[in-house]
Design a protein around this ligand. Structure first.
Ligand code: FAD
Ligand code: NAG
Ligand code: NAG
Length: 359
């Protein structure tokens, strides 16, 4: 099921750049909490592979217990450019913060190859993305549960969706003018600010009418599992329309915890397993060094948590010997677990633009 969504309704609003006089950034403090490879402990209770969106959230939660040590290893760096907080950053693709990969020829578009981006920066996709704060339809999650993952259905996940968010009441005049609708019960009292910016593109009204004319109904509450037909998608921005994301909401506030270390500019090459196939340690290598250059091994007393994103989590698994046996054997990687699905079945949402002049 691939429903038409009214994502355009809010994307447009993010082109607007707003004047901001101060950035409540804690850059110097974060720098202080970043660790050099020489200052690493020889082992941590938890090692998180990737300091992107999910990695920073998990790092925050695991380090709440001050008796547990947590290391986050991130290939990218901190992007301290204030422009990344601006609404206009929603439509910029800062090459410094991205992996830019080219697909194999796509049969659906005449064999063309296309560029696909994945974030590579502290905060991951939440640092560079379009700030469309969208949830899937209930059926999408219910299908996960049906595949044998109890608790991953929409009702099972909703408490966590709520927990991460706080909804800021939007400007009443804009709400009325644009007939913006949402379900206040779908949000909680969490760190990520979510709202509808006060400025919307006037041409959106015409687009809403067009959808109605072709018979696509409006859903009043896309965030409660009704993410199909057309509906309003809010943005993860604060009351001044600044990006509210994993780094400034989940990492910065806890970066002074002594038990939480962030190492940037290093890649986890692979995970090493014991003979009983227990994940024991990660092997890391400095970004920019050649294949075969020096690596450092760091042990995990408890768990290694993979948060390297859709592009690189399968790569780390394959390099560690978890993946399709044929492929691993051809690459000279000893097989730990023959798991054919690793590195396959990627689904992404295609995006294209239609530009026209409004008069
Ligand atoms: C340009 C762009 C626009 C987007 N727009 C939207 C939007 O408007 N709304 C929306 O909901 N979603 C959007 N997304 C998607 C959303 O941002 C992602 O789904 C989300 O950030 C994924 O989180 P993640 O933790 O799985 O991975 P990521 O946030 O990508 O984090 C993975 C991290 O792992 C690091 N890493 C990778 N390999 C290694 C390794 N071997 N060792 C160490 N570190 C490694 C990467 O550098 C990265 O920082 C967008 C994504 C992009 C790229
Ligand atoms: C990604 O790579 C393609 C092909 O090399 C290039 O045309 C495009 O400009 C790159 N995008 C960014 C954001 O660097
Ligand atoms: C506003 O949206 C609601 C549904 O969310 C719809 O019933 C109503 O007709 C809309 N009003 C206008 C003026 O478009």
């Amino acid at each position: 099921m691939f429903p038409p969504v009214a994502a355009f309704a809010v994307t447009a609003a993010l082109f607007l750049s707003r004047p901001c006089s101060a950035y409540p950034e804690l850059i110097d403090k974060i720098r202080a909490r970043q660790i050099n490879v020489g200052s690493l402990r020889s082992s941590y209770d938890y090692i998180i592979v990737g300091g992107g969106q999910s990695g920073l959230v998990i790092g925050n939660r695991l380090s709440e217990d001050s008796s547990k040590t947590v290391l986050i290893v991130e290939y990218g760096y901190v992007d301290s450019n204030p422009s990344q907080l601006e609404p206009s950053s929603a439509v910029q693709y800062p090459a410094r913060d991205l992996f830019n990969v080219t697909t194999v020829p796509q049969t659906g578009i005449g064999g063309k190859r296309v560029s696909v981006y994945a974030a590579s920066v502290v905060g991951g996709g939440s640092t560079v993305n379009g700030m469309l704060f969208d949830r899937g339809a209930a059926e999408d999650y219910n299908n996960w549960a049906a595949l044998g993952n109890p608790g991953w259905d929409f009702q099972g996940l909703l408490p966590y969706f709520k927990k991460s968010t706080k909804f800021g009441t939007p400007d009443a005049a804009t709400v009325q003018d644009y007939n913006i609708t949402w379900d206040p019960n779908a949000y909680g009292n969490g760190p990520i600010d979510v709202t509808f910016p006060s400025w919307q593109w006037p041409t959106i009204k015409v687009q809403w009418r067009a959808w109605a004319e072709v018979g696509v109904p409006k859903m009043p509450d896309g965030e409660t599992g009704n993410a199909y037909n057309t509906y309003w998608v809010p943005n993860n921005v604060d009351s001044q329309s600044r990006r509210s994301y994993a780094k400034n909401r989940y990492f910065d506030p806890v970066s002074s915890r002594q038990n939480l270390h962030l190492l940037t500019g290093y890649r986890v090459n692979d995970i090493q397993f014991s003979s009983s196939k227990r994940a024991q340690s990660v092997r890391i290598q400095q970004r920019g060094t050649a294949n075969g250059a020096a690596t450092t091994t760091i042990a995990a007393n408890q768990e290694i948590v993979l948060c390297a994103g859709w592009l690189n989590t399968p790569v780390v698994l394959q390099r560690s010997g978890i993946g399709p046996q044929d492929l691993l054997t051809r690459a000279g990687i000893p097989v730990v677990v023959d798991l054919p699905g690793v590195g396959s079945n990627l689904q992404d949402h295609p995006a294209t633009q239609i530009n026209f002049q409004c008069e």
